[in-house]
Design a protein around this ligand. Structure first.
Ligand code: ATP
Length: 356
């Protein structure tokens, strides 16, 4: 498996691109470690597939280099990059049996038949198609065919990386959960370098050690699920990760104080912010206490989710979401306090400071 280095990569589909916004993928400069499981997460159109296709060699980047274990592969076609790929829809040989579909990538590389048999049987067990090994792939359902595609991606263990582009879209929800957990287990067992594209945060957070959050052609944060939750680097990460997402309130800063309308929130130090920047305070709904003390809010809606209540309110003229434990009471004259350790201050959407 390989370390993947993205060396000042940019990509524009229009050859005449000049301004930053002309680029579908703005500059990316990162090293992804050998054996890491990375999820590329972000909304439709943010550049996930473009980046994945640059890694696989389907796209030649407009600028920059891509290296596997320090070797420049930018000009190598996909076939010479020694990678496995699993796409959103099945790519299999309909006329071959399930077994032969899985054996094909191994036999193609001259792996001995006993090793082919051992590996194919391991994969058949993982994708739960052992009973169908001798059936022709043509007769299977779309769901089963996609499991074969997934198996073909995993069958070789001598590849530089395995790339997945939304591979579970056509799989039913229960099987999705099973396959995701198995992918995670396989990753722990074999230490594959895996890159997994998805727009589903649950999928990304359960699969990956490191989640690469993309927004508007940029990587806005690379972090563990806990880091993305606790210290979002960009307001988009706060909003996109977590359910409900982070509250983002427009504030004006005065030294170590954040002001919103007639309310003042004390910060432990004065954030370092350029004059004229758009300043915001971010706080997750789980770190706001609702009680009889603090700043006044008016409640607009309470959603009872069983283990917790999601309270929608208006605070200083802005919408504010609060998560209250299932037995938490909602006072008649509700007030809120913010946990200072959970406050983030953002300038032009990027995190610059904290509350504590
Ligand atoms: P999705 O989840 O919808 O696949 P994505 O995050 O993978 O989205 P990309 O497919 O990488 O995003 O697209 C990034 C941007 O590049 C989008 O604005 C898209 O319209 C544009 N784009 C993608 N492919 C092409 C192409 N072949 N020609 C021109 N523009 C393209």
């Amino acid at each position: 498996m390989a370390r993947i280095s993205l060396d000042h990569i940019r990509h524009a589909y229009n050859a005449k691109a000049k301004a930053a916004n002309d680029y579908a993928l703005k500059e990316v400069h990162h090293d992804w470690s050998d054996g890491g499981a990375y999820a590329l997460l972000g909304p439709s159109g943010c550049g996930k597939t473009t980046l994945l296709n640059i890694i696989s060699g389907l796209i030649h980047p407009s600028d920059g280099r891509i290296l596997f274990n320090g070797k420049d592969v930018t000009n190598l076609p996909t076939e010479q990059r020694n990678i496995a790929q699993v796409f959103q829809f099945p790519v299999i040989y309909d006329t071959m049996t399930v077994y032969d579909n899985l054996a094909f990538p191994l036999r193609n590389r001259g792996v001995s038949e006993p090793d082919v048999d051992r590996r194919v049987n391991e994969i058949l067990e993982m994708i739960d198609l052992g009973a169908m090994a001798k059936r022709r792939a043509r007769r299977l359902t779309a769901d089963q065919k996609q499991k074969i595609s997934l198996g073909r991606g995993l069958v070789r263990n001598d590849v530089n990386a395995i790339l997945f582009d939304e591979p579970l879209t056509v799989i039913d929800p229960h099987m999705k959960w099973v396959l995701r957990s198995q992918l995670k287990r396989l990753h722990r067992q074999f230490g594959f370098t895996m890159v997994y594209v998805t727009h589903d945060q649950t999928e990304a957070l359960t699969f990956a050690d490191k989640v690469v959050v993309m927004y508007d052609g940029q990587i806005v944060q690379i972090g563990t699920p806990a880091e993305l939750f606790e210290r979002p680097s960009h307001t988009f990460v706060g909003y996109f990760i977590g359910s409900p997402g982070m509250n983002v309130l427009p504030v004006s800063l005065n030294g170590a104080q954040a002001r919103i309308s007639d309310q003042t929130i004390a910060l432990s130090s004065a954030p370092d912010v350029n004059v004229g920047a758009k300043t915001e305070l971010g706080i997750r709904p789980e770190f706001i206490s609702l009680g009889r003390d603090g700043m006044p809010v008016s409640i607009t809606k309470v959603e009872d989710l069983g283990r917790q209540k999601v309270v929608r309110s208006s605070f200083a003229g802005q919408p504010l979401t609060i998560v209250v434990p299932e037995d938490g009471e909602i006072p008649a004259d509700p007030r809120v306090t913010f946990d200072p350790r959970a406050i983030g201050i953002y300038a032009d959407s990027w995190r610059v400071g904290t509350g504590a």
